[in-house]
Write a protein that binds this ligand. Structure first.
Ligand SMILES: [Zn+2]
Length: 617
């Protein structure tokens, strides 16, 4: 650079900065589609990888509960399931700095900050005025939750004054019409119980507009700022709020309104039908779990035909390793035909042919149920299991769990568990030619300490979902537990009747049809589709109009190699006004010539991995 050009550049920069900072031009700018979730000390894992829906020792139910220990995991689940790109800033370890919100080009790389940090917790020293800079100088929007508004700078940005928080029984009622609340149930937190005590945050309004009140106090407020930023406060009872569908939808719309747009997924009326255990040896060895493995004909008549008839897909958690007692080793499953010790015929090659038929017919999705469904150590005390009598050690169910040693009340060491996870994947690929992405540990047997944590190891092994009690797995984190089954936020999870196992189909095959009579109006989908969506990378190219890019990677998103995908595009009222009736192009082709942005639009993406571009102009 020539030295003489520096003052000139400085002057230009100053003019540009002035134009940006005085607040007029940013309002029309497109904000990046990315959320920064700022939390306090809620994340129990100091290594920032495992997210627990329920804390260690919690009395709350493990999976699917609406009562949780804190809202942090629910926020992560919602953002993941909607597909909203986000990063987490934990103030117990990190120093919130403007560089967390601004890129090396000096432009914001975050569209919206969700502030969920209790600042009275034991955190690193913080300069909360950074938020003021982000909002007022860079036009980054801010959503604050519950009573996480104790810092004066946050109250100033929201346009409210914090008074305190006390319990109250009244519900969340609409008090004004707005993009983020229009059409949602009134009250938002419907409940059959009268007189339920909830938290309520008392605030005084200074600059904000109230949208929702609880008794005489506003609990949801919004504000437009001259910088083009929007601020939203969502109060109410932070511990219960997200158990209510309208409150979850309100949060999603608040993100859309704050950023100006969103591209997302919802899952209402979608369901998974799941069956465990084909291929495992326990049905031939375990006294209380004995039955003949399904034959090719039974699989055809009892599963494939009704699945085809109902346009359904059955997620089959298959065990690719069969423990051969005579050879004292595991071998690839489905090789043996014999009569077991109880006198039952076991024709595993026939089961295999049936599974292949269902896979070819497109009605089975094969997923991983571990390698053998049995302890790695079948030879030491209190065994050996090998060669043991049918009604002695062989009858103890603890032998038939693979990732937690429930026979010896011990964990399975990490290296052994990881080898089994990788090998199960390889053997399933060998047997069925499929790359399994969901991992469901047999019998729910898991190890829970950090080094041996089953979900953590499964995520590192490349799985994208932990079936059974857990949820999302990725290179970013592993979520232990899950929530919102059967709502807009997650498909319904149905254990294939009567018992979620091939055992039920062997014994009471007629009951399988209950899946369809009890859930007549759902669309049955596979886990691979959900895994692909929750691993999609979404980004924007700001300053070139509204351009969104979806990136489908070849591992987690492989479902989209041969399948189309569909996302929803929602544009806020204020940005829709600027955009008018634009043309929406997908991968260079016109999808909608003159789009009506007043409602969410379906954006259909053609099959194919890699990048897809959505251009709204
Ligand atoms: Zn099982």
């Amino acid at each position: 650079m020539k030295p003489s050009s520096t003052p000139f550049k400085f002057a230009i920069t100053f003019i540009l900065l002035f134009t940006v900072f005085n607040g007029t031009s940013l309002a029309a700018d497109i904000k990046p589609y990315k959320v920064a979730l700022v939390i306090g000390d809620q994340w129990q894992d100091p290594a920032s990888f495992v997210v627990d829906v329920h804390k260690q020792g919690s009395s709350n139910a493990y999976a699917g509960a609406t009562t949780v220990d804190d809202e942090f995991a629910l926020l992560v689940i919602m953002l993941k399931t909607w597909g909203v790109p986000f990063e987490i800033i934990r103030l117990d370890q990190e120093f919130m700095d403007i560089n967390r919100f601004v890129g090396p080009d000096g432009k914001p790389d975050i569209g919206c900050i969700i502030f969920d940090a209790d600042t009275s917790a034991d955190l690193q020293p913080q300069r909360y005025e950074v938020l003021e800079k982000a909002v007022n100088d860079y036009g980054i929007s801010l959503i604050a939750l519950g009573d996480r508004i104790k810092e004066p700078v946050i109250q100033d940005l929201l346009g409210i004054k914090y008074v305190g928080s006390w319990m109250h029984s009244s519900s969340l009622q609409h008090s004004a019409s707005h993009f983020i609340t229009n059409g949602l149930a009134n009250p938002l937190d419907y409940t059959d119980d009268t007189g339920t005590a909830k938290k309520r945050v008392q605030v005084q309004l200074t600059e904000a507009k109230p949208l929702i009140t609880q008794g005489t106090y506003p609990q949801v407020t919004v504000r437009d700022l001259p910088s083009g930023a929007r601020t939203v406060w969502i109060g109410g009872d932070i511990d219960q709020l997200f158990s209510y569908q309208p409150c979850r939808t309100m949060l999603r719309r608040a993100i859309t309104w704050s950023i100006g747009y969103s591209l997302y997924k919802t899952w209402q009326n979608k369901a998974w039908l799941i069956m465990d255990d084909p291929g495992s040896a326990q049905n031939a060895w375990l006294e209380h779990w004995r039955y003949p493995t399904l034959t090719e004909q039974q699989i055809e008549d009892r599963l494939i035909k009704p699945l085809k008839q109902h346009n359904a897909i059955l997620i089959m958690n298959v065990v690719p390793g069969f423990v051969n007692d005579r050879l004292k080793r595991a071998e690839p499953a489905f090789q043996r035909k014999f009569t077991d010790g109880f006198g039952a015929p076991q024709d595993y090659p026939s089961t295999y042919r049936g599974l292949i038929n269902g896979l070819k017919a497109g009605v089975f999705e094969i997923q991983c149920h571990g390698l053998t469904h049995m302890q790695p150590d079948l030879f030491s005390p209190p065994g050996p299991w090998y060669g043991s009598a049918l009604e002695k050690e062989r009858a103890q169910v603890g032998w038939y769990r693979e990732f937690g040693d429930t026979r010896r009340n011990k964990e399975i060491p990490a290296a052994e568990a990881s080898w089994r996870m990788r090998t199960a994947h390889t053997w399933l690929q060998h047997l069925f030619g499929v790359d399994t992405l969901s991992f469901r540990p047999g019998g729910g047997g898991v190890s829970t300490s950090y080094p041996n944590c089953t979900e953590r190891l499964a995520a590192l092994a490349g799985y994208g979902w932990a079936g059974g009690r857990s949820g999302y797995l990725g290179q970013d984190f592993a979520i232990r537990g899950w929530a919102f089954y059967g709502t807009m936020e997650c498909p319904l999870s149905v254990a294939a009747p009567p018992d979620g196992h091939d055992k039920g189909i062997a014994e009471h095959p007629e009951q399988f049809l209950r899946a369809f009579t009890e859930h007549p109006n759902v669309e049955w989908i596979g886990l691979n589709e959900y895994i692909a969506c929750t691993h999609t990378k979404l980004s924007t190219s700001p300053n070139k109009g509204l351009n969104l890019q979806l990136s489908y990677d070849p591992h987690y998103c492989r479902h989209f190699k041969d399948h189309p995908s569909e996302w929803l595009l929602s544009v806020s009222d204020w940005l829709a006004k600027d955009l008018g009736r634009p043309t929406i192009n997908v991968d260079g082709k016109t999808l909608i010539a003159t789009a009506d942005l007043s409602k969410p639009l379906k954006i259909k993406i053609p099959p194919g991995l890699g990048a897809h571009n959505i251009r709204i102009k």
